[in-house]
Design a protein around this ligand. Structure first.
Ligand code: NAD
Ligand code: UD1
Length: 350
């Protein structure tokens, strides 16, 4: 039985709560810190219900250095999974300072406290949105970065900071150097198979799958398909959708890799977490209709500003170095999204 303790920042959120399940089921102790700015404690209650195990929860903002240091003093933390952050692209354009303060300054505080506690293993939630336009469709980790909005830039800035912290260890000949995995997620969708936890967006969803699910259940009347004139086979945008449970399994593999000999004494490396397979918006609608039997009312609308035609992962590095690959298919992702949506039409607000 693995008795290591993992601190999960943002553990009450969509991806963090799924990570808590995988960690508890793998035998880790779990400590969550979350300020609940985009989540509810009900998610953590359900994590404990699903796993029949308990976790420790602290309601704090990660920018509160004293509160964070107190957690490290009380708990024997060995690694951190850092999910806490704000993630809405549109909001980040309206309130860039909020995004930089929360995502960038928050990570600075976290890494300061970690260094002071001599806990230097970190798995960071990055995003495929850090990549720049490269005239290609399949992205590998060594491609140039060039995010186009404040949210994406906040992720790229954190990546830079973490690479610099790791590089400084070499200069300073640090005795216990940083070991950091930057996990670049493509498009996480789906939910735990129990249907007890899932994505619970505030207000009208921005992302495709939650929007479709709310149209199917009758909360929204019609989906707008943003553009059917892209240079793709059916003209609609293509993305690499990945099941959230596959995604969090990649985090457990990342922790094991950081601790293994192959990673070396220290370092900071980026890994794509995607399936390597893209689906168009119309393919998603078609699969949703087939899997759920629900007709989706949609119309073709103008392109959304900032959208790429096509974007999917080259997932080879994660397979080679993390021993991880996605296992669930699109029908699984859609079925689990629908299971969560039908069991929780109002999200966690029952
Ligand atoms: P989420 O909003 O559901 O979860 C984030 C959690 O962090 C929430 O529970 C929120 O309350 C908490 N939080 C935010 N700021 C905090 C702070 N300062 N202190 C303490 N807690 C704070 O989002 P998610 O979808 O679970 O995403 C998790 C991470 O993955 C985020 O960093 C996000 O940017 C990144 N990411 C998400 C996606 C996606 O499509 N969901 C894609 C790529 C990357
Ligand atoms: C969006 C974010 C990205 C973030 C990702 C998280 C933007 C511009 N980008 O990416 O930074 O990392 O979510 O998963 O917001 N679509 C519709 N109608 C809708 C919603 C979406 O047609 O109502 C289309 C989009 O044009 C796109 C596809 O569906 O082709 C997927 O969209 P979405 O789920 O928002 O993800 P991304 O655009 O990849």
């Amino acid at each position: 039985m693995n008795q290591q303790t993992i601190l999960v920042t943002g553990g009450a959120g969509y991806i963090g709560s799924h990570a808590c399940i995988e960690l508890l089921q793998a035998g880790f102790n779990v400590v969550v810190v979350d300020n609940l700015c985009n989540s509810k404690t009900e998610a953590l209650s359900r994590v404990q219900q699903i796993t029949d195990k308990t976790l420790t929860f602290y309601q704090h903002d990660i920018r509160d250095k004293a509160a964070l240091a107190d957690i490290f003093a009380k708990e024997a933390i060995s690694s951190v999974m850092h999910f806490a952050g704000l993630k809405a692209v549109g909001e980040s354009c309206e309130k860039p300072a909020l995004y930089y303060h929360n995502n960038v300054y928050g990570t600075l505080v976290l890494t300061e406290v970690m260094a002071e506690a001599n806990v230097k293993q970190l798995v960071f939630s990055s995003s495929a949105t850090v990549y720049g336009e490269c005239g290609c469709t399949q992205y590998a980790e060594n491609f140039p970065l060039g995010p186009i909005n404040p949210y994406g830039r906040s992720k790229a800035m954190v990546e830079d900071i973490l690479r610099d912290l790791s590089a400084a260890d070499t200069i300073n000949q640090a005795k216990s150097p940083w070991k950091i995995a930057l996990l670049r997620y493509f498009n996480p969708i789906g939910a735990h198979e129990s249907g007890l936890i899932g994505e619970d967006p505030n207000g009208i969803p921005n992302n495709l799958l939650p929007y479709i699910a709310q149209v199917a259940i009758g909360k929204l009347t019609q989906l707008s398909v943003f553009g059917n004139d892209y240079p793709t086979p059916d003209g609609t945008g293509i993305r690499d959708y990945i099941h959230v449970v596959d995604l969090v399994k990649g985090h457990i593999k990342a922790i094991a890799t950081l601790e293994g000999d192959a990673f070396g004494p220290g370092g900071c490396k980026a890994y794509n977490l995607g399936t390597g397979r893209g689906y168009s918006v119309l393919e998603i609608i078609d699969t949703f209709q087939k899997v759920t039997g629900q007709a989706i009312n949609y119309k073709i609308a103008p392109r959304r500003a900032g959208d790429l035609a096509e974007c999917f992962a080259n997932p080879e590095l994660a397979l080679k170095e993390l021993d991880w690959q996605a296992e669930k298919n699109l029908a699984d992702m859609v079925a689990d999204t629908w299971n969560w949506q039908t069991k929780n039409p109002q999200g966690y607000m029952q």
